[in-house]
Design a protein around this ligand. Structure first.
Ligand SMILES: [Zn+2]
Length: 552
């Protein structure tokens, strides 16, 4: 936080010393790239005044020297438009920076040990919160149990969320505080995992997670602001200049509004209001919010149709291939889902619905089809978040309905060892199928779903282009015929993501009059070997013409 402020003041001092009036900056000697229409444009210098771009210079073009301009030598760095993550969770990401990080743990025992290390370092905590375990990557492949935590945490409640946020693992103390017994029932859209005797084992799926979470003291707005700022500065350091926050409640929205009023937003946020959450009707009734500097925009809602594939919560039309008789969960009754969609569209909000399984996607497309017609809101560019498993015949419906597919390429490379087990060889053909969607003229907005996956957008660009993980596995790429070109992947993280937030005239590409949001990179994304795309280093990040991050 302080580093960010320090950088800003250095920046202001440096232009101040050139001329009191100089608001114009020129960065020269760069490998600049942007999208112009459908093609890639290269340039060698960029000039901007205040928050907007004045001009791009082609290679060899004569640049007039003016003493009122601050000139920066880009030293051959690559300059791209700021990258946009169309689906992330800023508060959870900030919390993940402050809770036990369990990502990549290779067994239940190691996860417990890492939680213990974290607890020992933070003795003042009343709840031990962690996130990131994934039983699919453990030798046992089975859900963990409360007992393994109880040994080390007999008196302190522990709550560890699965990597996808769709399951939580509690110890006995946390269950005791929640009053969980053999007789406890899971709410609709949730499941309590039980042993052979019917006793809860400690794992709670989807809506059942609330049974435990409601006992934690909620964060104050002041605490939220601190966490959000930490998260946004971290996101800026990865080359993100804008994020669509996929689900804020009214309080979280208020925290963003205060940060924006205090001029304390390092990156742009498009906040989606989560339905249902406390006070959502009142927040919708207040209408859209756009800060004058466009750092904060609120014009969309987030609804959740089903769960996730890893925890078998995604709603499928036919049984899971690895669990007969089980089709996953719809989180809301269809009528309730319809009500949320109708109310939001009629209030003039863009509707972004989470759908992973083919059943959830089909239902959401059906409901959208009717609701868009009735509310005449095709121009609001409604979205499906994830659009992960689609029946082949549903793929053309995205462009027909003007519905954007908001997808996360790293989900494919993370799920590749599990997805075929879950859905089999036939349904997989419509899963993570971004090439098929592009061929059917769908707009894809890219994201990461951080903190479920890393927020680093270069991991997403790499996965989009190679269909491989960072170890270049599998060879040739997973369902390699679904690869994007580098230009297509770049579009999904820039202009098309901007389009999905109704901001393509402001950001997403670099041209005269648009916002000066860009990043300087060590490696040239367009010419480096494909296998190295994920390794790029961000040298600096600029938003609204201000440097908000610089690598030391
Ligand atoms: Zn999400």
């Amino acid at each position: 936080m302080n580093k960010f402020k320090a950088l800003i003041s250095i920046f202001i001092l440096s232009i101040g010393s050139t001329s009191a009036l100089a608001e114009t900056t020129l960065i020269k000697n760069i490998n600049g790239y942007t999208i112009e229409g459908t093609t890639l444009r290269q340039f060698s210098a960029i000039q901007f005044s205040g928050d907007h771009i004045d001009q791009l210079f082609d290679k060899g073009e004569v640049i007039q020297n003016s003493k009122n301009i601050t000139i920066i030598d880009g030293r051959g760095a690559t300059l791209l438009p700021g990258l946009i993550d169309a689906h992330g969770h800023v508060l959870s990401y900030g919390e993940s920076l402050m809770t036990a990080d369990l990502v990549g743990t290779s067994s239940q025992e190691i996860t417990v040990q890492r939680t213990l290390d974290y607890a020992n370092k933070n003795p003042s905590l009343t709840w031990i919160i962690g996130r990131g375990w994934n039983q699919v990557q453990w030798p046992s492949k089975t859900f963990p149990t409360a007992q393994s935590l109880d040994k080390h945490f007999p008196n302190k409640p522990v709550w560890l969320e699965r990597i996808d946020g769709h399951a939580g693992w509690a110890n006995s103390k946390a269950m005791e505080l929640a009053g969980i017994t053999k007789n406890s029932q899971a709410p609709d859209g949730g499941e309590i995992i039980r042993d052979d005797n019917g006793n809860p084992t400690g794992v709670f799926i989807d809506n059942a997670m609330d049974l435990i979470q409601k006992n934690m003291t909620p964060l104050t707005i002041k605490q939220q602001k601190k966490i959000l700022l930490k998260a946004m500065n971290s996101l800026a350091s990865m080359g993100l200049t804008s994020v669509h926050d996929a689900g804020v409640d009214s309080k979280n929205l208020q925290a963003f509004i205060e940060l924006s009023a205090e001029n304390n937003m390092p990156i742009r946020i498009n906040a989606m209001l989560y339905l249902p959450s406390d006070g959502w009707q009142a927040s919708l009734a207040k209408g859209q919010f756009h800060s004058a500097d466009n750092m904060l925009n609120f014009n969309s809602v987030k609804i959740q149709a089903d769960g996730a594939l890893g925890s078998r919560g995604a709603s499928l039309i036919s049984d899971y291939s690895d669990h007969a008789g089980h089709k996953g969960l719809l989180l809301h009754d269809k009528k309730v889902l319809k009500k949320y969609i109708d109310v939001s569209m009629k209030a003039g909000f863009q509707v972004n619905t989470h759908a992973i399984g083919d059943n959830a996607n089909k239902i959401v497309l059906d409901l959208y089809q009717d609701a868009i017609k009735e509310s005449k809101t095709k121009s609001l560019r409604h979205r499906i978040e994830h659009a992960q498993i689609l029946r082949l015949k549903d793929i053309p419906r995205f462009s027909e309905l003007g519905v954007i597919a908001s997808m996360q390429a790293t989900h494919a490379t993370s799920d590749k060892n599990m997805a075929v087990d879950r859905i089999g060889n036939e349904r997989i053909l419509g899963a993570y199928a971004w090439r098929k969607l592009l061929n059917a003229n769908a707009v894809i907005a890219a994201g990461s779903d951080f903190p479920v996956e890393s927020a680093n957008p270069f991991f997403g660009l790499h996965a989009s282009v190679t269909r491989q993980d960072k170890h270049n596995a599998p060879q040739g790429g997973w369902f390699a015929n679904q690869k994007m070109t580098r230009l297509e992947a770049f579009r999904t993280f820039t202009i098309d993501a901007a389009y999905s937030g109704h901001q393509e005239k402001l950001i997403g590409s670099l041209e005269k009059g648009k916002k000066a949001d860009f990043i300087l990179l060590k490696n040239n994304y367009f010419t480096e070997p494909e296998t190295q795309i994920w390794e790029n280093t961000v040298l600096s990040t600029w938003v609204n013409g201000k440097e908000v991050y610089r690598k030391n």
